[in-house]
Structure formats: structure tokens, C-alpha cells
Write a protein that binds this ligand. Structure first.
Ligand code: 9MR
Length: 398
């Protein structure tokens, strides 16, 4: 696959919008003029991509696992996957590389290889990076979960502070948004209902007398190490207005009242066609934006149960496109929405089949064929205007 000019060149920083749209239009006009004047023209205007069409300063991202997919990156000879990643997206989220188990596998051992590869790839392709994540109940190394059985709060705090300062400090200035705290709050259907995951999270468990104080400090340490990064709370089942997002709203108010440098709220956007779409997503974003926070769609994908042949039906394919579109529109319609990230762009690398009896969750097949979901995102971005960008829904089945 040929790369559109301007992508994947060393040191390239691509401004994506609206100047790119203008540049593409100018380039196309010049080519037409040349053609009309009889000059032989070989080159065509570059195809529009998600990043080239994004309005205002909205970043379009994908998760990528550096350790798996970027260690072999050769700037002069990128793989097809790497070419698409560079062409379509101007924001990358490390799918696993900055999680505790990967980056801090032993008490005195940090492994930055996957994260470094991702940062280098981003720099080579004019992309920005969303950090993910510093405080989470999952993917912690054994040494953390075992130590948490006996840690005092002070001991847990010291370990957490050292980790945060080391990881954030290493990439300071190069990470525009951090998912500082991930999945802090349980769902209604979890034992105990909607509340902080104080039992499951080794750090909150060790400091169960004041978990919110600890959460605030993680944001403070992150902010001290990287003052320009926009710091997020992030969770799934956090798209619409529901009991969980009500709890986040209250938590955000409490943190802000304490002077905590909390700057953003991220809805992951892991949807399944087994469930309906919560139409209150935009209203939910608006209420967090009204607190002065940025908002973002941080991990979008739309999975579905598949038939025995492993294939989706045409109806499922159309409905998937509609769900992606609704999430994008909720973001486009709220001026404080800073980024829209898909959790991987190809089915071959999707996390979904490992966890659910579902699939077809991403915007491209495992052969990188673009699905209608991709087309709808591209169209939505192309139609959006800079600034606050409401637009008529595309008229797919509602
Ligand atoms: O996509 C990630 C997968 O490769 C990991 O095995 C998994 C481990 O829990 O985490 C996945 O990413 C998760 C993200 O970090 C947080 N939100 C849910 C994502 C999907 O599980």
C-alpha cells in the first residue's frame, strides 16, 4: 500500500485540519490545472484519511501494542499495518506497553522497550500519544498484587509515587493526554454495586481509609512530572448518563473541589450490538464539559455475536457503522471533546475474541479492508466543520 505524501517521513509533523483539507483542495486544483494545460500528470491528490479530515484540533487515535507491532519498525520499510497506522491516525495509545505488568515487571526493573518503540513511531509520523495507564485494578504484576496483601498505606503510596514519577517523567512533554486512573468505579451489576474498586485495586485497598486522597495524589504527581499533559479519568460503561457516570461526576466534583489537577473524562466506548446505544452520550459529555473538563472517546470498538460461519449479517454491519457514528457525533458535537480513539483498527489484532464470544469489532477486517464503519467515520469527519460541529445524522437505521 502506498503511503499518502506527508506521512511516515522522518520528522514530519502534519497539521491535519482544516489546513490539510485546504492543502488537499489546493493540490487537487493544481493537478487539474496541470492536466488541462496538457502537462503529463502522474501523481494524484492523496486519498483523504481519518486524520486528514478531522476538524478543529480533534485527534483521531488508535491503540497499538508497541511490543507486538512496532519493535520491527523500519522507517524506510514499514509494514502494511504500520503504513495504515501512520496514514489514518494522529494519536496513538499504548494498548499494553505502559501498563504496570509490562513497564514495571519487577520491583527494581522497568522495561521501556515497547513504550519507547511506540513513542519513536509516533514521532516519526507526526503523531501524538495518549498515556495509558497509571492506576488500575488490572494487569498489575504479581509482585504488586502479592505485596498489597501486607502493604501499609505509606508503603503502597511510596511504590505508586515512584512508579508514576518514573514513567510520567520519562515521557514528559511527549504525552498530550494521560489516562491517569482507569476503571476506578464498579458497575451496578458488580457485587457491592456502584462504588470505588477499593478491594480489587491493590493501591486503593492498601489506602482504603482515604482512597480519594490517594487518587488525588496520583493526579498531583502526574501533573508535577508533566505539567502540560491533560489528565483523565477513564472507564467503560461510561458513555451515557447512568449510575456509574453519576458516581464519576460526583468524584470529579470532589477532586476538583480539592484542587486536584483533573482535566478530563474519557468514555472508553467498548460497545456490543447485544445491547442498545445510550443516546445520552452527548448529554453526558456536556455535563463533564460543564465542570470545565475535556472529554474523549478513548477505546471505541463495536463487537457483535457472529454466526457459525464467523461472519456478520448485513444488518449487523450497518448497525455497527451507526454505533461508531453515534460515538463520533457525540464527540464532534461537544467542543471540549479532544480525541476519538479506536481500540485497534483491524480485527486481526482486536482484543475482543480473546475475551468474548463476539468479534468483527474494529473498523477494518484482518486484511485491512475498510468496513462501512470506517466510511461513516471518514464521512462524519469530512462533514464536520471546525469549532462546534453539529451535523445531521447520516440516516442509517436508527
Ligand atoms: O486490549 C488490551 C488487551 O490486549 C489486554 O490483554 C487487556 C488486559 O486487561 O487489556 C486490553 O485493554 C483494555 C484497556 O486497557 C482498558 N479498557 C478495556 C480494554 C479492553 O479489555
Amino acid at each position: 500500500m502506498a503511503l499518502p505524501p506527508g506521512f511516515a517521513q522522518e520528522g514530519t509533523t502534519m497539521s491535519h485540519s482544516p489546513s490539510t483539507k485546504r492543502a488537499v483542495a489546493v493540490a487537487a486544483a493544481s493537478l487539474t490545472a496541470l492536466a488541462l494545460s496538457g502537462t503529463a500528470v502522474q501523481a494524484a491528490a492523496p486519498d483523504p484519511t481519518l486524520r486528514s479530515e478531522a476538524p478543529r484540533d480533534l485527534k483521531i487515535g488508535s491503540a497499538v501494542w508497541g511490543q507486538r507491532d512496532l519493535l520491527d519498525h523500519d522507517r524506510k520499510n514499514p509494514t502494511e499495518f504500520q503504513q495504515i497506522l501512520a496514514a489514518e491516525f494522529d494519536s496513538l495509545t499504548p494498548e499494553n506497553d505502559m501498563k504496570w505488568a509490562e513497564i514495571h515487571p519487577e520491583p527494581d526493573v522497568y522495561d521501556f522497550s515497547g513504550a519507547d518503540a511506540l513513542m519513536e513511531f509516533a514521532q516519526a509520523n507526526g503523531q501524538e500519544v495518549r498515556g495509558h495507564t497509571l492506576l488500575w485494578h488490572s494487569q498489575n504484576p504479581d509482585w504488586v498484587t502479592e505485596a498489597a496483601e501486607t502493604w501499609t498505606c505509606d508503603e503502597a503510596r511510596d511504590v505508586l509515587e515512584d512508579h508514576v514519577r518514573t514513567v510520567v517523567g520519562r515521557y514528559a512533554g511527549d504525552i498530550y493526554e494521560w489516562d491517569v486512573a482507569n476503571e476506578l468505579i464498579q458497575d451496578e451489576w458488580d457485587a457491592g454495586g456502584v462504588q470505588l474498586r477499593t478491594e480489587a485495586n491493590p493501591f486503593l485497598k492498601s489506602c482504603s481509609e482515604d482512597p480519594v486522597g490517594l487518587i488525588g495524589d496520583v493526579f498531583r504527581w502526574t501533573h508535577e512530572e508533566d505539567p502540560d499533559s491533560v489528565l483523565f479519568l477513564n472507564d467503560y460503561n461510561a458513555e451515557g448518563i447512568n449510575a456509574k457516570t453519576d458516581a464519576y461526576y460526583a468524584l470529579a466534583q470532589e477532586l476538583l473541589a480539592d484542587g486536584v489537577p483533573l482535566h478530563g473524562f474519557g468514555a472508553q466506548g467498548h460497545l456490543s450490538l447485544q445491547y442498545g446505544f445510550d443516546e445520552s452520550m452527548q448529554a453526558n459529555f456536556e455535563r463533564f464539559a460543564d465542570l470545565g473538563l475535556k472529554v474523549a472517546v478513548t477505546e471505541a470498538d463495536v463487537r457483535m455475536p457472529l454466526g457459525e460461519d464467523g461472519e456478520p449479517t448485513p444488518e449487523q454491519i450497518a448497525l455497527q457503522a451507526e454505533r461508531y457514528d453515534k460515538m463520533l457525533q457525540a464527540c464532534l458535537n461537544v467542543a471540549s471533546c479532544t480525541s476519538f480513539t479506536v481500540w485497534g483498527f483491524d480485527d486481526g489484532r482486536s482484543w475482543v475474541p480473546d475475551v468474548f464470544p463476539e468479534g468483527y469489532a474494529t473498523i477494518m477486517t484482518e486484511d485491512y479492508e475498510k468496513k462501512p464503519a470506517y466510511d461513516v467515520l471518514l464521512e462524519g469527519l469530512t462533514d464536520a466543520t471546525p469549532g462546534k460541529s453539529p451535523r445531521t445524522p447520516p440516516g442509517l437505521n436508527t
